[in-house]
Ligand binder design. Structure first.
Ligand SMILES: Cc1cc2nc3c(=O)[nH]c(=O)nc-3n(C[C@H](O)[C@H](O)[C@H](O)COP(=O)(O)O)c2cc1C
Length: 132
């Protein structure tokens, strides 16, 4: 795993990758709301700012807990999307990736677009048994 302690260190990496032809960065994090470098922006926001390229954020979108909890047999409940939408509106990143939310709601995008948040299903690891 790469670790960047400062924006300058991250810049070295993303600039190299952007120059090499990367079109979009998918910035993998367990919680999209975690911020970097004592700022109020997450990895996807910093990567977008430094690279000038579109970025995708991920990690517990619409979920109360992170996916690692699944390994401990724990579920997650549906969570508010308000903070995510605030960051989208602020232009922090361009795309979002949804893991568990999509597994239990194949129609997640339609439900969210139509404001049917109350119809979203919670996540539980037992769901994985139904997928086999
Ligand atoms: C049961 C399960 C297994 C996963 N296995 C992997 C894996 O092998 N490699 C990986 O990079 N991410 C793995 N992930 C992480 C997902 O790819 C995704 O990044 C993560 O679930 C974050 O999205 P979410 O919080 O919306 O679920 C796994 C997630 C779950 C729930």
């Amino acid at each position: 795993m790469l670790r960047f302690n400062t924006p300058a260190e991250l810049d070295q990496f993303v600039s190299l990758m952007a120059d090499a032809g990367v079109d979009v960065f998918h910035c993998s994090t367990r919680r999209f709301w975690d911020t970097e470098f004592n700022s109020d922006q997450n990895l996807a926001a910093w990567t977008k700012k430094l690279s000038g390229k579109p970025t995708m954020t991920v990690g517990s979108i619409g979920m109360t807990g992170e996916h690692i909890d699944t390994l401990m047999g724990e579920g997650s409940n549906v969570a508010s999307l308000d903070h995510l939408l605030y960051l989208v509106d602020r232009g922090d990143f361009d795309l979002i990736a949804v893991g568990r939310g999509m597994l239990v709601n194949p129609d997640w995008a339609n439900k969210v677009r139509e404001g049917r948040i109350d119809q979203l299903n919670d996540w539980h690891p037992d769901v994985l048994k139904e997928l086999i």
